[in-house]
Every structure is written in C-alpha cells, then in structure tokens.
Design a protein around this ligand. Structure first.
Ligand code: 13P
Length: 252
C-alpha cells in the first residue's frame, strides 16, 4: 500500500466574511507549533474571501480550495465561477459534486465529471464528493450507490496528485451522526478497489477522505480506519481550535 500523506480539508460552505479570516491566523500559529508536517491542511472558504484568505497566511503551508466551479472556462454564465478564476484567486483545489450541490442544484454525476475535468485543465486538484442518502443506506444500497457515483463522476484520466475522493454520507452531514468504523471501512475499501480497478497505481494512491460530522472527539477513530486518508470537515472547520484538534489526530 502506498504511503499516502493525509489531507484535512475544511469546507466553510456559505459561512464566513472577511472578519472570519482571523481564524486563519490562529490556524497558522497552531500549525507552526507542531502539527504542520504530519498532513496537508486545506481551507475552502466562500469565493468572496478566497483571494483574501490565500493572501492572509503566506508561508503557512495551508492550501486553499473553492467549493464548486463551472465546467466551462469562461463565458455567459451569470453568477458562476470558473476553475481558472479560482486558480487565479489563489486556489489549489476545488470541491465538486458536494451533496449540497447535487441536492440544491440538481447536479448530476455526469456534470460533476465535467467540473472535475475543468478543475484539472485549470491546474486544480479536484475533490470529488460521493455519498449515499439515509434511504439508500437503509435499503442496503450504500456501496452500490457510491460505486455508481464514482464511475460517473470521476474523469477518465486522473492522478493521485490531481484528484481526491471524499466519501460523505448525506445523512451524516451536519447531523452529529457518523457511520460506524466498520461501515466506513466497508465503503472506503470499496472505493479503493474501484479506483485501483480503473486507475491502477494512481488509484491505489488517490486520497479518500471521510466527511460528515467529523469532530476532534471522533477524528482519531475515523482516521484510523483502513483507506481513510483524511477528512473533509464542515462545521468543525469554522473554529481554529476544533479544526486543529482534528488535524492533531494525525500526529505520529
Ligand atoms: P459537517 O462536518 O458539518 O457534517 O459537514 C461535512 C461536509 O459536508 C463537508 O463537506
């Protein structure tokens, strides 16, 4: 098994103003105190403060990402942002196919794939999200649903450095509920097998993040699960103390 460097990414969703950027100073000083080299750390703020965020903590090693992009490079798409614009604002990555985009905006896996391809064209890492609903899990279809989403959402060509997969069960997002370690292991192992079957050595090294109600209190257990190579964190990424508590779960 490849030695995979973990990634802890914070998705601020539609939270945060310029004033919230103080959090980044706290995060950067926490990282300077000793957790920096154990994993990659990323913040995905709202687009309005992305450039300010990326300029706020130079030299800290913190990576930045957008939360969505349009599949086209430019054009008449009022209200949308292209991957190239995110890169221009200082982003290293972009989240595509988050379940909130799939649910709120009817985004299909086919569309998500074109967004991931757009991210790659702009030189951004694509963080491709998948995850089943509560009803799908109850029906025993979680592995099938997630595998189907992967098949349709991932670009035909990818590398371990330009793509990350995030497994976020919809029912675990913002609810305080998390799957058991066994359930996480089952899905992450199925994702790994899917990636290896399609992408070989690159598939073996793609980071697979778990997301959904990750907190300092459950991070150690979740990150200890086989094929969990980091986390995508919503609510707990808004406070430096909580986010640092999750990052610290990687301390050797
Ligand atoms: P919470 O950590 O708030 O459950 O959100 C998870 C998520 O959707 C991250 O993208």
């Amino acid at each position: 098994m490849a030695n995979i460097r973990a990634l802890v990414a914070g998705n601020w969703k539609m939270n945060g103003f310029n004033a919230s950027l103080e959090m980044l100073d706290e995060l950067a000083s926490g990282l300077r105190e000793g957790t920096a080299s154990t994993c990659d750390v990323m913040i995905c703020p709202p687009t309005t403060i992305l450039a300010a965020a990326a300029n706020q903590v130079p030299g800290s090693g913190i990576l930045f990402g957008g939360q969505d992009c349009h599949e086209a490079e430019a054009g008449a798409h009022t209200g949308d942002i292209s991957a190239a614009m995110l890169a221009d604002a200082g982003a290293n990555a972009v989240i595509v196919g988050h379940s909130e985009r799939r649910a709120d905006h009817g985004e299909t896996s086919e569309l998500v794939k074109t967004k991931a391809e757009a991210a790659h064209r702009a030189g951004l890492m694509a963080i491709v999200c998948v995850g089943e609903t509560e009803a799908e899990r109850r029906a025993g279809d979680a592995v099938k649903v997630v595998s189907g989403q992967l098949d349709e959402s991932l670009p035909d060509k990818l590398t371990a450095s330009d793509t990350v997969v995030a497994y976020e069960p919809v029912w675990a997002i913002g609810t305080g509920l998390t799957p058991t370690a066994e359930d996480v292991a089952e899905i992450h192992t199925a994702i790994r097998e899917n990636l290896i079957a399609r992408f070989g050595d690159d598939g073996a090294a793609v980071r697979i993040l778990y997301g959904g109600s990750v907190k300092p209190a459950n991070a150690v257990e979740l990150m200890g699960v086989a094929n969990v190579n980091g986390t995508l964190v919503g609510g707990a990424s808004l406070k430096a103390e909580d986010f640092l508590g999750i990052i610290t779960a990687y301390r050797p």
